[in-house]
Write a protein of this length. Sequence first.
Length: 90
Amino acid sequence: MSLKCGIVGLPNVGKSTLFNALTKAGIAAENYPFCTIEPNVGIVEVPDPRLADLSKIVNPQRILSATTEFVDIAGLVAGASKGEGLGNQF
């Protein structure tokens, strides 16, 4: 099972910086509006120390960690629903 999380906000507030901190992706995070045009996607494995203990008890064929998918979405501006800025194309 994976969790999906969209990072949404106004332009130039640190969405891409947060995305980089969470995913270690190294995408561009510059100080100008609309640095991010296309959504960036990163999948992060969620560490769970209980998995090792549980696998010793159950002895599964394989161990799958939970994952979280983060999507860095371009900044939204007032009027995006009317097509202003990049609109609502995300």
